[in-house]
Design a protein around this ligand. Structure first.
Ligand SMILES: Nc1nc2c(ncn2[C@@H]2O[C@H](COP(=O)(O)OP(=O)(O)OP(=O)(O)O)[C@@H](O)[C@H]2O)c(=O)[nH]1
Ligand SMILES: [Mg+2]
Length: 310
């Protein structure tokens, strides 16, 4: 993990700042609500910190038309500040240029607190033939995101299942439910790979490339959660201060806290003693076994098994 410069060490970061980008209807607001464990609408503040009366501008916000520089904060989790691109593909060239300028300024902001700490780029999978559009191409080709991690978020992933089913339904006759589900899942994978969407995001000519990707599904359902996105984001950060800030927004997510603690200790040991022979999975298992009542062992032992098979 990178060491912090002197100014960053002195700064205490109280709020984790995320820019969420994606077309209209990609599922952005739904993700933010899940992350903050609420179904409420956020409060919105302008660039001078003045609260915007959402009743007055509600219809415009609903259409996804508000300023990317405005800050969105949910009462249920004020540890996050969000900026929303709001379906920028519909916008004019000027709007794209404004977004580019905002991103470039805020990823390089001098003060860590004002900087964007992570970018979630949402791509909906409900139309597999339209996964990669001009908006994605332009963002990844042109935007300067500095060292800020970009996580590609494939939203509405479950929408690939009906496509998969439609393509292979003839093969699904007279087989068990288990086998049917397996084949549909396989076909979903193939459809996803065939879109080549992740390859295109990672193209070497792009100025910005995602650090990780996550798949989210059924986020519109009450029990869905975004733990995987938060974990990926945490591990995409190379600044301990920011990791701490993000983990502190997740007070009920003990698993994430423990994983970060282990990762930090392993990093420290690496820098003290040089490369260690065994990998994170082993340490995670060794630590998780003391918390067996939390079912972390079951979760992490899969990682360990995978690790052993290598
Ligand atoms: N099937 C499915 N629907 C989803 C999922 N996530 C969100 N939705 C639905 O998709 C619609 C759009 O979601 P929003 O979160 O408002 O999308 P948005 O990106 O904020 O849209 P704009 O604000 O217009 O840019 C809503 O009806 C959500 O309930 C998902 O994982 N699966
Ligand atoms: Mg929205």
């Amino acid at each position: 993990m990178a060491t912090l410069d002197a100014q960053e060490i002195r700064e205490i970061i109280e709020r984790f700042r995320v820019l969420i980008v994606g077309r209209a209807n990609a599922g952005k607001t739904t993700i933010l609500q899940k992350v903050c464990n609420t179904t409420d609408e956020p409060e919105i503040y302008d660039t001078k910190g003045r609260k915007i009366d959402t009743n007055v501008v509600q219809s415009s916000i609903k259409r996804g038309n508000h300023n990317i520089a405005n800050e969105m904060v949910f009462k249920s989790n004020p540890g996050f500040v969000f900026h929303d691109s709001c379906g920028f593909e519909a916008g004019s060239k000027d709007e794209f240029e404004d977004m580019k300028k905002f991103v470039s300024e805020r990823v390089h902001a001098k003060k860590l607190e004002e900087r964007i700490h992570a970018i979630w780029y949402c791509i909906p999978m409900d139309e597999p033939s339209r996964t990669f559009q001009l908006s994605e191409e332009k963002f990844f080709l042109e935007c300067d995101t500095g060292k800020v991690p970009v996580i590609a978020v494939f939203t509405k992933f479950e929408a690939l299942r009906p496509f998969a089913y439609g393509e292979i339904k003839k093969q699904l006759k007279d087989i068990s439910a288990e086998e049917r589900s397996k084949r549909i899942a396989q076909r979903v994978e193939e459809i996803f790979v065939n879109t080549r969407v992740y390859d295109r995001l990672c193209d070497s000519k792009n100025r910005t490339r995602p650090k990780f990707y996550v798949r989210l599904e059924n986020m519109n359902k009450p029990n869905a959660n975004c733990k995987v996105l938060l974990e990926r984001t945490t591990f995409a950060l190379d600044n301990e201060q920011l990791r701490l800030c993000l983990v502190s927004t997740q007070q009920s997510n003990l698993e994430l806290g423990i994983k970060c603690a282990v990762a930090t200790l392993v990093d420290r040991a690496h820098s003290l003693f040089g490369p260690l022979r065994i990998d994170y999975g082993v340490y995670q298992y060794d630590i998780a076994k003391w918390f067996s009542h939390l079912k972390l062992v079951r979760l992490w032992s899969t990682t360990l098994e995978r690790h052993k098979r290598r």
